[in-house]
Each structure stands twice: as C-alpha cells, then as structure tokens.
Design a binder for this molecule. Structure first.
Ligand code: ACO
Ligand code: ZN
Length: 177
C-alpha cells in the first residue's frame, strides 16, 4: 500500500522487474559463451557447428541476454529453427517454428530474462510465415512449463523417452495468429 507521498514521488521506480540486463542478437563471437551457459544449465549439449548453423540460418531469433555492464557476459540465450512439415489436409508444406533451446544462468533467474527472450524472439522467427510455435520440455521441468504456459503454449502430447536418460517430454504448441 502506497501513501500519497509515495505516489507523488517522481523518483520512485517499481521494484518488480529488473533491468540490469540487455538483450541483443547473438554473434559468432558469443557462441562459446552461449555454449558454456547451455552446458551449465541443461543436460542437452550441442557441438559448436550446431550453434553456428542456427546462427547462419536463423540469426534474427537467436538472442542473448548480457549484463548491462559487460556485453560479453552472456547470462541467457534463446534459439529457434524452422521445420517444414506437410499440412494435414494438403500437400502444402507448413513452417513450424521450433524452440531449440532457452536457458538463463542460475544467478540471474526470476528477473524476467527468459520472458524477455521469448517475447522478443517469437515475433522475429514468426516473420517466416509460421503456422505454429512448438517445443519439447521435460515433464519434470515445471519452471519452464510455467513459463511456456504464460506465453499460451498448450501441452499437445507426450513424447515417450524423448531424452537420453529416458525422461518423457511434453510436446507444447502455440498457434501463430
Ligand atoms: N518457480 C516457479 N516458476 C518459475 C520459476 C521458479 N523458480 N522461474 C520461472 N518460472 C516461471 C514463472 O511462470 C515465471 O513467470 P512470473 O515471473 O510471471 O511468475 C516465468 O517462468 C518467467 O520467469 P522468468 O524470470 O522470465 O524466467 P527465468 O529467466 O528465470 O528463466 C528458465 C526460466 C529459462 C526456465 C530457467 O529456469 C532456466 O534456464 N532453466 C534451466 C534451463 C531450462 O530448463 N530451459 C528450458 C528447457 S526446454 C527448451 O529449451 C525447449
Ligand atoms: Zn522453484
């Protein structure tokens, strides 16, 4: 509850969201650091050339978050790719935007960084005439599932033993409008 004095004070800033980070497109030079964040935060690791090929093909939606004081201090990333799939009722190929991977360093979580990465990258990959956005997520990863549900992704099914360790994945979908 704010007093009259609080609401009239121009210098008051809402404490809810942290803006100690910035978001920009990934560059070739960032890949090593992105790879490090991925290896620390997720059991699914990728070789350098995989990041390079995502960057070559879908640069507009490969975003990184860095601390405000150091543009090379990467604390989060998101990357997407397009997959072409036949539509259900014609031979036409549909573009699906597939969320390949998102992660935020542990020390910087719960500041809205993943939300910012998602909300900035979806319209970018969305320009490629996509019919829907899709992703897989571990059934136990409720933080990520919460995040995706906030962005109106719905669980469409389960992929059994999707991960190397045998865990199932939810297949989640968000229609493009
Ligand atoms: N507890 C509960 N809900 C959480 C938590 C938490 N600790 N962290 C995030 N969420 C959910 C909430 O719904 C939150 O919304 P709210 O703040 O309005 O309540 C929402 O996520 C967004 O929170 P952000 O601060 O934007 O998310 P954050 O920057 O902390 O990153 C992420 C979330 C990416 C899931 C992070 O926890 C992470 O890096 N985890 C490890 C890597 C990972 O699991 N990545 C996803 C794998 S699936 C894939 O890549 C396709
Ligand atoms: Zn928790």
């Amino acid at each position: 509850m704010g007093t009259d004095k609080d609401t009239r004070n121009d210098s008051y800033t809402a404490p809810a969201k942290d803006h100690s980070y910035l978001i920009r497109q990934c560059t070739f030079e960032d890949i090593e650091r992105v790879k490090e964040v991925n290896e620390k935060e997720l059991p699914e690791d990728y070789p350098f050339f995989f990041y390079k090929s995502i960057l070559d093909n879908f640069p507009e939606s490969f975003l990184v978050a860095h601390t405000k004081d150091d543009p090379n201090n990467i604390i989060g990333y998101i990357m997407w790719r397009i997959e072409k799939t036949p539509s259900k009722n014609s031979l036409r190929l549909l573009n699906k935007a597939h969320l390949v991977s998102i992660a935020v360093s542990k020390d910087h979580r719960k500041k809205g960084i993943a939300s910012a990465l998602l909300s900035k990258s979806m319209p970018m990959i969305g320009k490629r005439n996509v019919s829907e956005y899709v992703l897989e997520v571990r059934v136990s990863n409720y933080h990520a599932i919460n995040l995706y549900e906030k962005f109106e992704y719905k669980k469409e099914g389960i992929k059994k033993r999707y991960y190397k360790d045998g865990e199932n994945a939810y297949f989640m979908v968000c229609p493009a409008d």
